[in-house]
Write a protein that binds this ligand. Structure first.
Ligand SMILES: *[C@@H]1O[C@H](CO)[C@@H](O)[C@H](O)[C@H]1NC(C)=O
Ligand SMILES: *[C@@H]1O[C@H](CO)[C@@H](O)[C@H](O)[C@H]1NC(C)=O
Ligand SMILES: *[C@@H]1O[C@H](CO)[C@@H](O)[C@H](O)[C@H]1NC(C)=O
Ligand SMILES: *[C@@H]1O[C@H](CO)[C@@H](O)[C@H](O)[C@H]1NC(C)=O
Length: 252
């Protein structure tokens, strides 16, 4: 734990809910935990200007440091799993996640949510106290812990990139009526893809079956060999984007 200096969560304005399945398959096929009805894209807390890498210095964490405070209701094994998620981000990026000190006014409170409250975060630093919520099953999927953290650092879902329609087909007629907003895409003015190729392997990409009326696919990769929805680890491109966002030249 000493090697983990802090925990990052950048919360900007959107909370992103990530769903997690208890028995946590590495590729998610159903995203109930990340698919709360009242949040944007299922796991993002609404932000008026939401949006891949959120644009705007005001959403960045000072000094590449994200102070966090863990809910005292987490038990020791839950804390250990959360810290492993943080460690992966610290290992692959210049972001420092550390426990909140009294002088930190901007920080993330990592809340142990009640059953069925979902897994969600804001996008980027919001200012003051912001929440990442983990209902207990969220903790059992490593990639979901990383996913929520990346939202808080400043990133939207991969499939909301402006160029997504060149890489995936959204099957609108299979999406539950009223849930279409979860498949929004953002403009170049709202998000920055940092010159990266579309990343099917992003830990921030939806699975193919979210918000489906009948269990059939709602997102189909145009590349027949691509797999989407992995929740195993931060992808190389995910880490690269964090390092570009925070000007971490020594990591690039
Ligand atoms: C960032 O670093 C500056 C200079 O060391 C310090 O004054 C400031 O308190 C730091 N801010 C945070 C949020 O750690
Ligand atoms: C972080 O990197 C170290 C050194 O390469 C490695 O031993 C450790 O398993 C990594 N931890 C995580 C959580 O990725
Ligand atoms: C911690 O809580 C989880 C439920 O979230 C439970 O499955 C686990 O057994 C608990 N571990 C300890 C060490 O109490
Ligand atoms: C990164 O560098 C750019 C250009 O110098 C600057 O505008 C921006 O504020 C920096 N961002 C961070 C998070 O340091």
């Amino acid at each position: 734990m000493s090697s983990i200096k802090g925990f990052i969560l950048t919360a900007s304005v959107l909370l992103v809910l990530v769903s997690v399945c208890l028995s946590a398959p590495p590729y998610i096929t159903s995203d109930k935990l990340e698919m709360r009805d009242d949040l944007i894209e299922g796991d993002i807390v609404p932000n008026p200007e939401s949006k891949n890498g959120i644009r705007g210095d005001r959403y960045r964490w000072a000094n590449r440091t994200v102070p966090y405070q863990l809910d005292s209701n987490f038990n020791s094994s839950e804390v250990e799993k959360i810290l492993l998620g943080w460690a992966e981000i610290e290992n692959t990026t210049c972001i420092d996640l550390r426990e909140r000190q009294s002088q930190d006014s901007d920080y993330i409170f990592i809340e142990k949510g009640r059953a069925e409250s979902g897994c969600f975060s804001s996008v980027g630093r919001v200012g003051g106290r912001q929440v990442i919520n983990f209902e207990p099953p969220c903790i059992n999927r490593h990639g979901t812990i990383v996913h929520e953290m990346l939202h808080a650092i400043g990133f939207y879902h991969e499939q909301s990139r402006p160029d997504r329609d060149d890489y995936v087909t959204v099957v609108w007629e299979k999406i539950e009526p009223g849930k279409e907003h979860n498949f929004n895409k953002y403009t170049e003015e709202q998000v920055d893809t940092m010159g990266t190729p579309y990343d099917y392997g992003s830990v921030l990409h939806y699975s193919g079956f979210g918000f489906s009326i009948d269990g059939s696919a709602t997102i189909v990769p145009k590349d027949p060999n691509a797999e989407i929805g992995q929740r195993i680890r931060i992808s190389d491109i995910d880490a690269y984007k964090v390092n570009v966002m925070y000007n971490c030249t020594s990591f690039l």
